[in-house]
Design a binder for this molecule. Structure first.
Ligand code: NAD
Ligand code: DAU
Length: 362
């Protein structure tokens, strides 16, 4: 039996990862440490309530007492660190929270994890891994003609979110070089799929479209993201955990690089197919161009040669197939999304982020 400590497992990628591990293995136990911020939803894992291989701990990565308790109680073999503030727009309105969680929280987790690891016997020490989940945003923005980001692209973060993630990556990296602590960093592109909080583009557009509300596109909608289906990401992370080399970083991407406008148009077309009886057809009529995000990165693209050649992973889903699965999931899980949409805090966020953006002439 192996014990994995997952941080931030009640969020979007973390909850998909926990489901992925528990359904694809028989010998792994998961301890999930999550502070349950607005983005953490216990409902994402409610089916695991009685699973003896799953344990939930409500707590903050900045809380040393909680971390000590976990390391005293459970012989942890691997840590997968997802916990973070993850929304770029929120980092623009509240940057200090991102420093608190993404930088100081990671620093605190590293401190305790390394202290625990130091006390292990040599076999457990050498098989231990600290897998840090980072983002392509640390590399900055690409011009149209520039090649995709590789693991050697210099860091140039542009938003407070990206800067906080870059800073945490540097801390993680330093633990390998200074203490030989066996860390691995993965930098992945934009994920989409089930359980994604509806502040992010794809779930926001799906839920707004279904409800006949406008679909806000920042600026001219020609920004490019590299969309990765979350199940593909989970498979990549498990591959890296098993086969990755400590001290290395791996880029993970989806080989899908459409503009935001194209993504939204694809969603609208799929909804037209899935909901032939709705009065909102064609859903594309709901598209509205609004004031741009400050400092909005123009283009991300991931070169995934290293993980493909060295570890044998590549994404299985196309954007078309992944979006079909994702939209089907949101249509089949209306209660899940409606619970979040009904929360006061969520409504306040929408007002704060979208009111006053107005409509752009495009
Ligand atoms: P999310 O916002 O959906 O979930 C974050 C989770 O972390 C939540 O459950 C939240 O409660 C928890 N959390 C926040 N602060 C915490 C704290 N101080 N202590 C303990 N738990 C805390 O995020 P996500 O989209 O699932 O992203 C997970 C990780 O992947 C993040 O590190 C993010 O930077 C990275 N990432 C995300 C994407 C993406 O497209 N979503 C892409 C690249 C990298
Ligand atoms: O690239 C990886 C990153 O992807 C992760 O590190 C972040 O945690 C994750 O949130 C995501 O960041 P983005 O800013 O790219 O994702 P978001 O879904 O917020 O936006 C995707 C694109 O769509 C981006 O160009 C901004 C645009 N957008 C977003 C929203 C919410 C709009 O045009 N309208 C919107 O209402």
């Amino acid at each position: 039996m192996k014990n994995i400590l997952v941080t931030g497992g009640a969020g979007f990628i973390g909850s998909n990862f926990i489901h992925f591990i528990l359904s694809n293995t028989t010998d792994i136990h998961i301890t999930n440490l999550d502070a349950l911020t607005y983005a953490g939803n216990p409902e994402n894992l409610s089916d695991l309530k009685f699973d003896s291989r799953y344990k939930f701990i409500h707590g903050n990565i900045n809380n040393s007492q909680i971390l000590d308790g976990i390391f005293q109680e459970t012989p942890i073999d691997n840590i997968i660190h997802f916990a973070a503030e993850s929304h770029v727009d929120r980092s623009i309105t509240d940057p200090l929270l991102f420093i608190q969680t993404n930088i100081l929280g990671t620093a605190n987790l590293l401190l305790h994890a390394k202290r625990y690891w130091t006390g292990l016997d040599s076999q457990s020490k050498s098989s231990f891994r600290f897998l840090h989940i980072s983002t392509d945003e640390v590399f900055g923005s690409l011009k149209i003609e520039e090649p995709a980001f590789t693991e050697n692209t210099p860091y140039a973060p542009n938003s407070p979110y990206a800067a906080s993630k870059a800073s945490s990556d540097h801390l993680v990296r330093s633990y390998f070089h200074t203490y030989d602590f066996p860390v691995i960093i993965t930098n992945c592109s934009n994920n989409y799929g089930s359980y994604q909080y509806p502040e992010k583009l794809i779930p926001l557009v799906i839920s707004n479209a279904v409800n006949g509300e406008s679909l806000p596109i920042y600026g001219d909608g020609k920004q490019i993201r590299d969309w990765l289906y979350v199940q593909d990401h989970c498979e990549a992370l498990y591959t890296v955990l098993q086969l990755g080399t400590p001290g290395e970083s791996y880029n993970i991407g989806g080989n899908n690089q459409p503009t935001n406008l194209e993504v939204v148009q694809m969603i609208c077309k799929i909804l037209d197919e899935f909901l032939p009886g709705t009065k909102f057809i064609p859903h594309a009529n709901l598209i509205e161009f609004v004031k741009d995000r400050p400092g909005h990165d123009r283009r991300y693209a991931m070169d995934i040669t290293k993980i493909r050649q060295e570890l044998g992973w590549q994404p299985k889903e196309t954007l078309e197939s992944g979006l079909h699965k994702t939209i089907r999931w949101y249509l089949d899980n209306k209660d899940w999304i409606n619970t979040t949409l009904g929360k006061e805090a969520h409504k306040n966020w929408l007002t704060q982020n979208y009111e006053g953006r107005g409509e752009e002439d495009k």
